[in-house]
Design a protein around this ligand. Structure first.
Ligand SMILES: NC(=O)c1ccc[n+]([C@@H]2O[C@H](COP(=O)([O-])OP(=O)(O)OC[C@H]3O[C@@H](n4cnc5c(N)ncnc54)[C@H](O)[C@@H]3O)[C@@H](O)[C@H]2O)c1
Length: 395
């Protein structure tokens, strides 16, 4: 029989110790701590959110520059939620970082983030987090090797490094299609006791076996494939939904984009099909129509740097069969387009940890990802689910 834990004793201990230390000291899981906190009506922890990132590319650069930018300027323009469950974006503290590029490994994170196509928006103070060598596996392909040259080093012990850094969450921003590498880091997160956020299109949060493993470890699993704040996928979906509501019969449609980031080159050669499938499915799943819809990346244009130009084309038929044609172009920067959503899902994941939620968390995944375990019809429903979740209201 396990000995009964005294709530007061545990809460006093927790004031001066980390979750991991408390778990070890009392021989209990994170979930038990969360339950004790909940029954004692303890407000959310003001502690920093300790985040590790694997893949210090353009998306990571945008997030890291964003943390400093919003801290320094005190403005909220571009933030979906300046405060989420008591946390500001600047409460995210990067405690560990992994990459394989010879331009990034061994450098302080504050320098490594500028070895990408994304522009330099703000100077970063030294972060005292050195980018460590990860496990290459299928992280690069022949075509991307020209711009991502792997360092000739052995991988560090990722589990040890994660534990030493006290990371609570591992955010995965590897190139799309690097399934072996993504799965490798999923296992490391499980072994180190970290929640996992999958920004890539690899099937992780949608994989029932993995979701069960996270559930059994009392850890949240979030994904798959980050949803941009305002990109072609969401604009395309919303316009089509509205046209259908207005009685327009959709005849055909596509949303194709060109970009200059390493990820655009990678997508074209490696994961064009899977990305296209996810984007097309994301748009068509909620429409309930039988119309050819294609969405995806069509070319790599290096001089666009981290820019992305998306072309939307929709042909519909209205009264008397009259054609309505929409021909729209969206110009955006790829990394920053994911930054605000990432800031929200990282904070929501911290809440999931504090509430002792485990396994694939659909409420967070639906809000911030193109391919969650169970999708919703509209962004409003997804937002409401997230709001209920962070307030601890069960669906
Ligand atoms: N707006 C967005 O940025 C956005 C939106 C949706 C999805 N995503 C997804 O986020 C991911 C990252 O996008 P990005 O634009 O930052 O890509 P990127 O190519 O700029 O960065 C990828 C990084 O991963 C590193 N890497 C490759 N193999 C590795 C390995 N085995 N171990 C450790 N590091 C490795 C590369 O060196 C590079 O620094 C992609 O999967 C993309 O589909 C991003």
């Amino acid at each position: 029989m396990p000995t009964k834990i005294n709530d007061d004793e545990l809460l006093r201990y927790l004031e001066d110790h980390t979750y991991d230390e408390t778990m070890e000291h009392f021989g209990i899981s994170r979930m038990t701590i969360a339950r004790i906190r909940k029954r004692n009506k303890i407000k959310f922890s003001p502690n920093k959110i300790k985040l590790a990132i694997v893949g210090i590319g353009n998306a990571a650069s945008a997030l890291i520059q964003g943390i400093e930018y919003y801290k320094a300027r005190g403005n909220n323009i571009g933030l979906l939620h300046p405060i989420l469950a008591g946390y500001h974006i600047s409460d995210i503290e990067i405690v560990a970082a992994y990459d394989i590029s010879e331009k990034k490994v061994g450098k302080d994170l504050s320098e490594a983030v500028f070895e990408n196509e994304l522009a330099h928006y703000i100077d970063l103070p030294k972060m005292n987090v050195v980018v460590e060598m990860g496990e290459l596996l299928d992280g690069v392909i022949d075509q991307t090797r020209k711009i991502i040259k792997p360092a000739s080093l052995n991988s560090v012990d990722i589990v040890n490094s994660l534990k030493k850094s006290e990371a609570e969450i591992l955010l995965c921003l590897l190139p799309s299609g690097a399934d072996k590498a993504v799965n490798f880091y999923v296992q490391k997160a499980l072994d180190a006791g970290c929640a996992f956020i999958n920004g890539t299109p690899s099937s992780i949060a949608t994989n029932k076996t993995l979701a069960r493993k996270f559930y059994n470890k009392g850890l949240p699993l979030i994904g798959d494939d980050l949803q941009d704040q305002f990109g072609a996928t969401i604009v395309h979906k919303l316009i089509l939904q509205q046209m259908i509501r207005q009685g327009i019969d959709i005849k055909e449609s596509y949303a194709l984009d060109v970009g200059g980031g390493a990820e655009s080159l990678n997508t074209i050669h490696r994961s064009r099909e899977i990305k296209r499938e996810i984007k097309s499915e994301t748009v068509s799943s909620s429409l309930n129509i039988n119309t050819p819809i294609v969405a995806g990346t069509s070319d790599y244009v290096p001089h666009l740097k981290n820019g992305r130009n998306s072309m939307l084309w929709i042909v519909g038929r209205g009264f008397l069969g009259n054609e309505v044609i929409l021909d729209i172009k969206i110009q955006s920067q790829d990394g920053p387009n994911g930054g605000s959503v990432l800031a929200d899902v990282i904070r929501a994941t911290k809440i999931a940890l504090l509430q002792g939620e485990a396994g694939a968390i659909n409420e967070i995944s639906c809000y911030g990802f193109k391919h969650p375990p169970h999708g919703t019809e509209t962004p409003e429903i997804a937002l409401k689910m997230l709001a209920d979740f962070v307030l601890g209201r069960k669906q």
